[in-house]
Design a protein around this ligand. Structure first.
Ligand SMILES: Nc1nc2c(ncn2[C@@H]2O[C@H](COP(=O)(O)OP(=O)(O)OP(=O)(O)O)[C@@H](O)[C@H]2O)c(=O)[nH]1
Ligand SMILES: C=C(OP(=O)(O)O)C(=O)O
Length: 240
């Protein structure tokens, strides 16, 4: 896989890095609701919507996707954005932290302000991301917690390249805040589009009531996705 010079490789403005896990492994927490093909389709669709949003956001100069997946790379080429190849097998060589290893590689040496935006935010639109960036520009390091409070949907750095340490993964909100000294962006509501990541069947079920991007909406109409999320949601309610 080659790095593709792509969307808006201009000087100035934000570089946004979007990590996308290999589709065969992605969103394993949805496995109890969705069979592998439906899960794969949903992950790719959410990534499509997030990448389109990043491209369309004022103030974003450059979008990079970091992945080892050929289908995600093909998507990035169609959207004319940069691919940062994540070596296949990096998951096994990174001390169990492939996501932060991939992100560290993708933000290394990037000039100007940098943000990481996760690929599972299907409600995120350009005006909302623009508001997040406007808030983030005032801080050396900032973040947006996810709607559950423990995770992180976005992290930003405006300072020197050496100070950029991504801390995604388990307990990432606490780790970004206490270990990394990140500021939570008070202007951003974690229960809104910027914080509503999709991790569980219940999250998928909740999307039925929300305005999602075009690609995600198309996949949610597929009976295998709608029914899978619904039956898992119902059984989760029953066991509570
Ligand atoms: N490039 C890359 N991206 C990753 C990796 N792990 C997670 N991501 C991405 O990081 C973001 C947040 O990850 P999660 O919400 O935990 O998604 P996930 O790992 O697919 O979900 P689970 O398998 O259910 O834990 C999503 O955009 C993922 O696609 C990885 O090893 N490499
Ligand atoms: C990888 C993360 O995502 P999630 O909590 O959605 O698994 C994170 O929050 O850092």
């Amino acid at each position: 896989m080659k790095t593709v010079a792509g969307h808006g490789a201009t000087n100035g403005g934000w570089t946004i890095v979007v990590p996308v896990k290999a589709l065969d492994r992605a969103k394993s927490r949805l496995a109890r609701a969705l069979p592998a093909p439906a899960r794969r389709a949903l992950v790719l669709a959410m990534a499509t919507d997030v990448l389109r949003t990043c491209i369309a956001t004022p103030g974003v100069a450059r979008v990079r996707v970091v992945t080892s997946d050929p289908d995600v790379a093909a998507l990035a080429r169609r959207l004319r954005i940069e691919i940062v190849p994540e070596p296949v097998g990096a998951a096994d060589r990174s001390g169990g932290d492939p996501l932060n290893a991939a992100l560290t590689e993708a933000i290394r040496g990037v000039p100007g302000p940098v943000g990481v935006v996760t690929a599972d935010l299907p409600e995120l639109r350009a005006p909302q991301l623009a508001r997040v960036l406007a808030a983030a520009v005032g801080h050396a390091h900032s973040m947006v917690p996810d709607h559950g409070g423990a995770g992180t949907t976005m992290a930003f750095w405006t300072g020197p390249a050496g100070a950029r340490i991504p801390r995604f993964g388990p307990d990432s909100a606490a780790r970004h805040l206490s270990e990394g000294g990140a500021v939570p962006l008070d202007e951003v509501d974690p229960s809104g589009a910027a914080g509503r990541d999709v991790d569980t069947p219940e999250d998928v079920l909740a999307l039925a009531e929300r305005a999602v991007g075009e690609a995600t909406a198309a996949v949610l109409r597929a009976p295998s996705v709608a029914q899978g999320a619904h039956s898992a949601g119902v059984s989760a309610t029953m066991v509570r």
